[in-house]
Design a protein around this ligand. Structure first.
Ligand SMILES: *Cc1c(COP(=O)(O)O)cnc(C)c1O
Length: 369
């Protein structure tokens, strides 16, 4: 490294960090975006007008630091009190706070300390942000491989593949991403019951699933459930997510967050969303119906389609390698997600768009068969 290279001032752990790679937000507006699991339907008209009405001289004021009105509405929805809830700048911020609150950085471990106290444990493959957040905090990644069908193994099998019941924090994406596989509340509860450290259920896609496990966060003091307004509630742009758990844990997270972590328009949009849930429930049903139809069509075209309880499908394409399918579909105007990791490189992840978008997508697929 040259003496004049400014990068020498950057901490080695930051210099060597592999940052999270977000899905592409293309400049060509004509590309159909089926790559980041955004909702194809716009927010409710009531949400758009609530945001528009809030844009005035009030923008000079700081927003509510604890999102108090939003937490009260969320508490009513989930049957708990507002002190069970922390709202974040997207659930990504919530995940970062959870790791900072519960995992000890490796460098501050006393000699002879239990290594589990530094472990951030997660199934793999799952959300690719978890290892990045772990590295940023200086904690220790503890990925545990999922079997080929992405099911959660039973207790004995988990022990065999290195699952640590004492890991400081374990993150479970449920339904799983990128596979789309759903997990039953019963199997998640038995995982919770054996766990001695913190267990986080990341329910980013749960509105498209058959079951949710919110009750576990209200019944077990070491279990937290994180949710987001991004995917199911068409609000990626506004960055609002939250976590539900024991008030003592929520209070600890609140100490770590930025004072004004959730912007005011995001709070307004999220509150208006909760006042119009019927609009969104109709969208969940539409997305799930389209998903079923696309699943059947791709299966008939020779794709192996994994069962999904989310707003995307993980598929193994026939003929060309998945990476080449990704490039060919892009040329035809459709952006899907391809991951280079060895466990998932044979697959494409396809977000569910509107019916006309998916019809055009299926027609493009057939031209490449
Ligand atoms: C999209 C996603 C999130 C993050 O959502 P935010 O937009 O930050 O609220 C969290 N977890 C999983 C598994 C996701 O796919």
């Amino acid at each position: 490294m040259s003496i004049s290279n400014p990068v020498r001032w950057v901490r080695p752990s930051v210099r060597n960090l592999h940052a999270y790679v977000p899905g592409e937000q293309p400049k060509e507006r004509k590309l159909v975006k089926l790559n980041t699991n955004e909702n194809p339907y716009p927010p409710s008209p009531k949400v758009l007008s609530a945001v528009a009405k809030a844009v005035d001289g009030r923008l000079r004021l700081y927003p509510n630091p604890l999102c108090q009105p939003l937490r009260e509405k969320l508490a009513a929805l989930h049957g708990c009190s507002p002190d069970h809830i922390l709202v974040g700048n997207g659930s990504d911020e919530v995940l970062a706070l959870l790791i900072r609150a519960f995992a000890e950085p490796q460098a501050s471990l006393q000699s002879g300390a239990n290594p589990s106290t530094s472990r951030v444990q997660y199934f793999w493959p799952s959300y690719s942000l978890y290892p990045v957040l772990t590295d940023i905090h200086g904690a220790v990644r503890h990925p545990v491989p999922l079997p080929a069908d992405f099911s959660i193994p039973n207790a004995a099998a988990l022990r065999r593949i290195g699952w640590d019941t004492k890991a400081a924090i374990s993150l479970v994406t449920t339904p799983n991403a990128p596979s789309g596989r759903g997990y039953s509340t019963a199997e998640l509860e038995s995982l919770c019951q054996r766990q001695r450290g913190i267990l986080v259920l990341d329910e980013a896609y749960v509105d498209f699933a058959q079951e949710n496990a919110m009750e576990l966060a209200l019944r077990h003091p070491h279990v937290l459930v994180s949710r987001t307004f991004s995917k199911a509630y068409s609000l990626c742009f506004q960055r609002v997510g939250y976590v539900v758990g024991h008030p003592e844990l929520i209070a600890a997270l609140a100490k770590l967050k930025d004072s004004y972590n959730v912007n005011g328009l995001g709070q307004v949009a999220a509150e208006a969303t909760l006042a119009d849930l019927a609009y969104y429930q109709k969208n969940f049903r539409r997305v799930c119906a389209t998903r079923q139809r696309v699943d059947a069509a791709l299966t008939a075209d020779g794709f192996r389609v994994l069962p999904s309880q989310t707003n995307f499908l993980l598929v193994e394409p026939p003929g060309h390698p998945a990476e080449e399918w990704h490039a060919r579909l892009r040329k035809r105007g459709f952006l899907v997600r391809w991951f280079s990791g060895p466990e998932v490189r044979h697959y494409l992840r396809i977000s569910i768009g509107t019916d006309p978008e998916m019809d055009a997508f299926l027609a493009a697929v057939r031209k490449e068969l």
